[in-house]
Design a protein around this ligand. Structure first.
Ligand code: XMP
Length: 177
């Protein structure tokens, strides 16, 4: 698996250090509140596990299964909700976690859905933000790192279902695509 990586963009130690800081900010933001964390599957699984164990607040953890990439390296632009039942967020403060803010369509669609479900407040937290022009005006409230416009894998991010378990974020070799 490591042999398919052209370049490590953000190594494991740097990610873990940054999570300490991100967790502090999240804790400060929601101090005294009871929150529902909604993590988007499957990309946010590693991020969720490492971040939340650093946040000493009362919380419920929910996962939402959404798809927007459908296996390639370009966002399809369509966001599908794959769960039959959505988490109960009515009247609650929500921390929405995702692996990456790219076009913003995913977070935008999920935020709308959660608002429709009656969420009182929604803050977004992503590991990565792509530094690109977006049609959708959306900035994450908390973001770990800003990266360029390149397709990345690892630390939850996949290519055709693989590489999510890499402990770092990297760029694939052309031969692996
Ligand atoms: P949007 O474009 O809706 O994208 O902000 C969010 C979702 O698309 C996936 N995504 C990526 N997956 N490498 C990946 O493996 C990437 O560079 C990448 N960019 C976007 C991801 O699932 C994210 O939740």
């Amino acid at each position: 698996m490591h042999d398919d990586i052209e370049k490590v963009l953000i190594d494991e130690e740097v990610i873990q250090k940054r999570l300490d800081l991100l967790a502090e900010k999240v804790t400060e933001e929601f101090r005294g509140e009871s929150i529902v964390v909604v993590a988007l599957l499957k990309g946010a699984i590693l991020f969720m596990a490492d971040l939340l164990r650093r946040v000493p607040l009362a919380m419920e953890i929910e996962c939402l299964n959404v798809a927007s990439y459908h296996g390639g390296t370009e966002s399809s632009g369509e966001v599908s909700f794959l769960d039959r039942k959505l988490p109960d967020v009515s009247g609650k403060s929500v921390l929405l976690l995702d692996d990456i803010l790219d076009t913003g369509r995913t977070l935008d669609a999920v935020m709308r859905k959660l608002k429709d479900q009656g969420a009182e407040e929604i803050k977004t937290c992503v590991l990565l933000t792509k530094d690109i022009e977006r049609d959708i005006t959306l900035e994450a409230d908390f973001s770990g790192f800003t990266i360029g416009d390149e397709f990345v894998v690892g630390y939850g991010l996949d290519y055709q279902g693989k590489y999510r378990n890499l402990p770092y974020v990297g760029i694939l070799k052309n031969s692996a695509i």
